[in-house]
Design a protein around this ligand. Structure first.
Ligand SMILES: [Zn+2]
Length: 247
């Protein structure tokens, strides 16, 4: 066990030094804080004084659209760019979260395969990102790992995938609250967008995993055969903070 932990520390410090060499430049005023990350035990701490995230999600009519990133390349309508995804649009005002009195409205949610965030190196088949924005245009993203199991509300959203260069899919009414796990325990850290332009100052809330049917996982992976997930980025000394003793 001790040997394993030592090996993990060595690999983390190696990643840190590699990140400094590649990413530090003369204009950098601080270490990069990029996403996603691999959440390791050594990086996690519990802070009982954290303000809780208040979730206010309701029903919304939902449409699913394909986000295309290679529109100006030949064959772009069939080739899979690794930053493309299926994105669900919600009606404005139907869902928001509040943190320390600041309201962040749900703008859209989308999916990656495999999961972008990892826990002790372990990925899940899918990850859902619920993107929220406040009045100051700051982003708060809730990340939920999805694993194979009993069907859930996510199956309805991904029952029919939107084609690239085609029409959006009308999903219909979705109880947005049922997309989230019952327990709202979270692991928080400061990160970035996981697609271009990789902007930082994104507040990440990673929640407990949910299940989705294997058929839905297979349907999504059949479209994104090469995956649409960014690799984990160096922590660069960041902590991941839990608002409960265990996630
Ligand atoms: Zn994402």
């Amino acid at each position: 066990m001790a040997r394993k932990r030592k090996a993990a520390l060595i690999s983390l410090s190696f990643a840190l030094s590699a990140g400094l060499v590649v990413l530090a430049g003369p204009a950098e005023s601080r270490l990069p804080q990029q996403s996603p990350i691999d959440v390791t035990h050594g990086a996690v701490r519990y802070d009982p004084t954290l303000p809780l995230l208040h979730v206010s999600y309701h029903h919304s009519d939902v449409r699913l659209r394909y986000v295309q990133k290679d529109a100006d390349t030949p064959g772009g309508c069939t080739a899979r760019h690794h930053e493309e995804t299926e994105e669900a649009e919600v009606e404005p005002g139907t869902a928001h979260v509040t943190l320390s009195g600041v309201r962040y409205d749900l703008v859209q949610f989308h999916f990656h395969t495999p999961s972008e965030h990892r826990f002790e190196g372990q990925a899940t088949p899918l990850e859902m990102h619920l993107v929220h924005r406040n009045a100051a245009q700051e982003l708060l993203v809730v990340g939920i790992p999805l694993k194979a199991g009993a069907p859930s509300a996510v199956d309805k959203v991904l029952a029919q995938l939107a084609p690239e260069c085609g029409s959006t899919v009308h999903v219909g009414d979705v109880d947005l609250n049922s997309l989230l796990p019952h327990e709202r325990t979270s692991a928080r850290y400061n990160g970035s967008l996981t697609t271009y332009p990789f902007s930082e100052n994104v507040t990440w809330f990673l929640m407990k995993d949910k299940t989705v049917s294997q058929a839905t996982i297979s349907r999504f992976q059949h479209v994104f055969t090469g995956g649409n997930a960014r690799a984990p980025q160096p922590l660069n000394g960041r902590s991941v903070v839990l608002d409960r003793p265990h996630i």
